[in-house]
Design a protein around this ligand. Structure first.
Ligand SMILES: Cc1cc2nc3c(=O)[nH]c(=O)nc-3n(C[C@H](O)[C@H](O)[C@H](O)COP(=O)(O)OP(=O)(O)OC[C@H]3O[C@@H](n4cnc5c(N)ncnc54)[C@H](O)[C@@H]3O)c2cc1C
Length: 404
């Protein structure tokens, strides 16, 4: 109100010809890594190179859901650690990330699916998470707006409920990490795409950008949907497919839904923002694409399922629609850690599920970059796991990317 001189949130330093560490990609993951390098390891001789603008990738295109309801120790461990960090981050960054642990409700549509959810819930409990299996009136009490009574095509058998799951303001995450890293002395450059990664004798030595060459000791790639293109700059072919994932919001109305609810027969998930809009998303478009454009088929599909859960939504109009390029690996899980080129590491393969892990990835990758040793939580996410048969297959579906 009346303040006409808002200061820039990140500094605009002169680009140096050399940094110890270069991070390619100014999304949440890259910026979180920069923050934890400074905070936990005192390392600030770092440049973050962002091809477009901070948080302009999937970080600010996602549907803001955070949770840790995964079956396998590897995926659960990393996301549950992230939930702990999310709880502390607004204070730590002095930036309101609007973390709202409203509870995440994952609907099962058959007894078999509910059985699988129960196994998952037990595994989560063993890992220290609070989680419940809800059926009947208990589920209705948890989500009063959920239509459990009319004849549905896929009736609801019950749900897995994680109270600590919820939503976080996604672009605030990018800007909160960016501001803190910049204040610590890390250089962040927007509109600076990396066009080449230079390697001599299997060791990284520099990257090229339209603004010039930057010499460096190590390079960390964290570019989500562009992972294959950027890895190919170093001559690597990743087991990653890039696909389009859409989301949309309705016009805003008064508070009508507290929890985040996911419909599993197909896929359709929904939450209501603090502004009152309903945010909806679903499965990917199912074919490789870099289009970042919507398709009516997916909108119809997601809305049909949403209306089964909440028929009152039919009276609302869709207001905005967008999409992002997600990077899917062969087992649907991330690839995090060192690549077979000295000084080159990567974080990719998060598909449409990586926002929730943002601080945990940053925390762990900072440790790897600082100590040149892979910390325990990210050890299973290796690049070579597809070659040695150690896939992290949470869905139990096998390494079939077309399931996505
Ligand atoms: C529609 C949608 C909904 C989603 N919903 C959820 C959700 O509810 N919960 C959840 O956990 N996850 C969700 N996700 C997934 C989540 O958004 C991503 O996994 C996560 O944000 C990835 O973060 P990132 O920092 O790795 O990538 P990004 O935020 O995409 O950042 C990568 C950056 O790299 C930059 N870049 C690319 N190429 C270059 C280059 N050559 N040089 C320099 N920079 C480059 C890009 O411009 C980009 O800014 C969703 C994704 C989509 C698309």
């Amino acid at each position: 109100m009346g303040n006409k001189r808002w200061p820039a949130i990140i500094a605009t330093p002169e680009m140096r010809s050399s940094y110890d560490t270069v991070i390619i990609g100014g999304g949440g993951h890259g910026l979180a890594t920069a923050h934890y390098l400074a905070k936990n390891h005192g390392i600030t001789d770092v440049a973050v190179l962002e091809g477009s603008w901070i948080g302009g990738g999937n970080t600010a295109r996602n549907t803001t859901i955070v949770r840790s309801d995964y079956l396998l120790n590897a995926s659960f461990g990393l996301k549950n650690f992230a939930l702990k960090l999310w709880g502390e981050l607004s204070q730590e960054l002095n930036f309101n990330l609007m973390y709202e642990p409203r509870g995440y409700v994952d609907l099962a549509h058959s007894d078999g699916e509910l059985e699988h959810f129960t196994i998952r819930a037990n595994a989560m409990r063993l890992g220290g998470a609070s989680v419940e299996i809800l059926t009947g009136q208990a589920l209705q009490d948890c989500v009063p707006e959920l239509d459990l009574n009319s004849a549905a095509r896929f009736p609801v058998a019950g749900a897995l409920f994680q109270p600590a799951g919820g939503v976080i303001r996604h672009d605030a995450v990018a800007w909160g990490f960016a501001r803190k890293a910049s204040q610590a002395g890390i250089h962040i450059f927007q509109k600076t795409p990396v066009t080449k990664i230079n390697i001599t004798k299997d060791k990284v030595n520099s990257v090229d950008t339209p603004q010039g060459r930057i010499n460096c000791r190590q390079v960390f790639i964290s570019v989500a949907g562009a992972s294959n293109q950027v890895a190919s700059l170093a001559g690597l072919d990743l087991p990653i497919h890039s696909i389009n994932v859409q989301a949309f919001v309705t016009e805003p109305v008064k508070p009508a839904l507290k929890t985040v609810v996911n419909y599993n027969a197909g896929l359709s998930y929904i939450s209501q923002t603090a502004k009152g809009e309903f945010v909806l998303g679903g499965a990917s478009d199912g074919y490789n694409s870099f289009a970042r454009r919507g398709s009516f088929a997916r909108i119809e599909d997601v809305l049909a399922r949403a209306l089964q859960m909440f028929p009152f939504l039919s009276r609302l109009r869709l207001m905005r629609h967008w999409s992002g390029t997600a990077d899917i690996s062969m087992d649907g899980n991330a690839i995090i850690g060192q690549l077979p080129i000295d000084g080159l590491s990567i974080n990719c393969g998060w598909g449409y599920a990586g926002f929730k892990a943002t601080p945990a990835v940053g925390h762990q990758m900072a440790e790897l970059l600082a100590n040149n040793a892979t910390p325990d939580l990210i050890k299973p996410f290796t690049y070579d796991r597809f070659a040695n048969g150690a896939e992290i297959d949470d869905a139990g579906a096998g390494p079939y990317p077309w399931h996505h």
